[in-house]
Write a protein that binds this ligand. Structure first.
Ligand code: ZN
Length: 304
């Protein structure tokens, strides 16, 4: 299971539209609120000896006031009979001035702190962040321009214009990420936005009217001029930076010559398995261990 997936809650989607049930859970002292502020998640210090952090939450018993403060309150799900909600505090200049927030908490960039988080907690924060980001970008109806409002426990926004009334659902943008190989070599690129020396699997967004396999082949051709065949699905990873799901593939190259598209990539190269195993010696960096790109590379290494 890839990092950022496997949030430890039942999503109870059949209960989201039950206003009475939601009201009871929002007044249940044991229910948990996970604050999000301007794309940052609340976290709390974990065990100091190993510098871990925990997903930050406050109970309704302690901070029911956050439900009134919250721009959006959205149900994440239930776990052991306890309801978990995300609360958007982005309209506050400084959410830490709310006295009911747990002392010792801070608002952090999930991408920066995720190595210090447990798998399940990172997934829960990714879910909260992704859902709050969607709300923040869909305050107005894309059809008629009127304001929208959150319904069904924060899993739909409905246009307030009675003549329109369109429902808008949370969205996630599909992106393909692929490790292309040929014999004992794989193709990796160095993107302009990457840290220096980092090489990773190629990636790009799926376009309308395009299958995933077509997106894989098009992106590899556009970025490197290499033709591919035999596109095979590996796994997927929620990637809430800000709103994607990464769909991981392996593919076989049917040509070798690389022509780098300089708009996107600075460099692309073929690396043998020996090269990849000795990346550090070569002064190069692999993608971070919590990324699907790294999982694709590790999977390919094991096959050789
Ligand atoms: Zn509308």
């Amino acid at each position: 299971m890839n990092f950022y997936s496997g949030a430890p809650v039942h999503r109870v989607s059949h209960l989201r539209a039950d206003a009475d049930w939601l009201a009871r859970r929002l007044s249940d002292p044991a229910s948990r609120l996970y604050p999000v502020w301007r794309d940052r998640n609340m976290v709390a210090a974990g065990r100091p000896e190993d510098a871990t952090v925990r997903a930050g939450y406050v109970t309704v018993a302690r901070a029911a006031v956050l439900i009134e403060h919250g721009h959006v309150v959205a149900l994440l799900g239930e776990s052991d009979g306890i309801a978990h909600f995300a609360v958007d505090l982005s309209h506050l200049d400084d959410p830490l001035t709310v006295p009911e927030l747990a002392e010792g908490s801070e608002f952090a960039n999930l991408r920066e702190i995720s190595p210090a988080l447990g798998h399940g907690e990172a997934a829960l924060l990714a879910y909260a962040k992704g859902l709050m980001h969607w709300h923040s970008r869909h305050l107005y109806c894309g059809i008629c321009g009127h304001a929208t409002e959150s319904r069904d426990g924060g899993h739909v926004r409905v246009c307030t214009n009675a003549d329109c009334g369109a429902s808008h659902f949370p969205r996630t943008d599909p992106a393909v990420i692929m490790l292309v190989s040929r014999g004992d070599a794989c193709l990796m690129g160095h993107n302009k936005r990457f840290p220096q020396r980092l090489y990773s699997a190629l990636a790009g967004f799926v376009e309308p009217g395009e299958s995933l396999e077509e997106a894989v082949a098009r992106e590899v051709m556009e970025e490197t001029g290499v033709a591919v065949a035999n596109v095979r699905y590996h796994s997927s990873q929620p990637w809430p930076f800000p709103a994607s799901i990464m769909l991981g593939f392996h593919a076989d190259a049917v040509s070798e010559q690389i022509t780098v598209d300089n708009d996107e990539l600075k460099d692309a190269r073929w690396f043998s398995r020996d090269d990849v195993r000795n990346f550090e010696v070569l002064g190069l960096m692999l993608p971070r261990p919590d990324s699907i790109a790294r999982q694709l590379v590790e999977h390919w290494l094991k096959q050789g």
